[in-house]
Write a protein that binds this ligand. Structure first.
Ligand SMILES: Nc1ncnc2c1ncn2[C@@H]1O[C@H](COP(=O)(O)OP(=O)(O)OP(=O)(O)O)[C@@H](O)[C@H]1O
Length: 245
């Protein structure tokens, strides 16, 4: 007998509650810049929640808080750890917890690749798999297949991505983020620098992730991509701290 409440498909993988964020501009007389407040949402397996709202409303800031890059002023962001099935508050600011959840629960495709000097594109893509214990040969084979799917020229696989074009770097970044099976995937404008053909490849990859039960939280300014992948739009304007300020 199974209990519905124990079915992982019915349980959220991430719950944000009462989240507030402001920035203090220390070089500008410590002016406080409120951004968002009372941010509350849940993310379930197989859904793609797209953060919407005008420029500067706080979409990237929310994504960065969810990845543990930005501290929260208030509230909690609880994330399910596949290791013990329990929800842990990433917003509490424990760096070991943040690193552990990045290892096991949350993958992030940022807008820009932060390449390791001298590491080849293939190694940059394979590295998260290697850290998860996959043997070097298998990790490189899977990385290579992913880069081929994203139409990166084979000549570039052994080169460091530092000198690649914007779209080439973005494809390396996408391949790296999509190769592992983290239950939560954060996407910050993954198709911004891509041509139409590669944009379609990425839409296909996002849909496969959703079919496999991955929960996606993302920012997509590209309207056709957004329409093709979003299961729900979360309008961040409703959490803006500025309208009340
Ligand atoms: N590190 C930071 N220091 C100071 N202010 C910041 C910082 N990061 C973001 N902000 C400010 O917070 C506000 C929200 O920025 P954010 O990048 O989250 O918006 P956004 O909705 O993602 O915008 P866009 O759609 O233009 O990318 C902006 O006014 C921005 O200037």
């Amino acid at each position: 007998m199974t209990f519905p409440s124990l079915n992982p498909d019915h349980q959220p993988l991430l719950v944000a509650d009462g989240v507030a964020k402001s920035f203090t501009m220390h070089l500008r007389g410590s002016i406080r810049l409120p951004v968002v407040e009372n941010v509350a949402f849940a993310l379930h397996p197989g859904e793609c929640v797209v953060l919407g709202g005008p420029s500067g409303v706080g979409k990237s800031s929310i994504l960065r808080m969810v990845y543990g890059n930005y501290a929260l002023d208030r509230g909690s962001i609880r994330v399910r750890d596949p290791q013990d099935g329990a929800m842990h508050d990433l917003g509490a600011g424990d760096p070991r917890l943040v690193l552990g959840l990045r290892e096991r629960a949350i993958a992030y495709v940022s807008q820009f690749l932060r390449a390791v000097p001298r590491a080849s594109a293939l190694d940059v893509v394979a590295e998260p798999l290697r850290r998860r214990g996959v043997a070097r040969e298998e990790a490189q084979e899977r990385a290579s297949a992913m880069l081929r799917r994203l139409n990166l020229s084979h000549d570039m696989f052994d080169l460091p991505p530092a000198t690649f074009s914007g779209g080439e770097k973005q494809r390396v970044n996408i391949a790296r983020g999509f190769l592992t099976d983290h239950p939560i995937l954060l996407l910050d404008e993954p198709t911004a620098s891509l041509d139409a053909a590669n944009r379609d490849v990425v839409v296909g990859m996002i849909r496969e992730k959703l079919d496999a039960g991955t929960a996606i939280l993302g920012i997509f300014h590209d309207e056709p991509v957004r329409a093709a992948v979003a299961t729900r739009i979360l309008d961040i304007s409703s959490f803006s701290a500025r309208k009340a300020a």
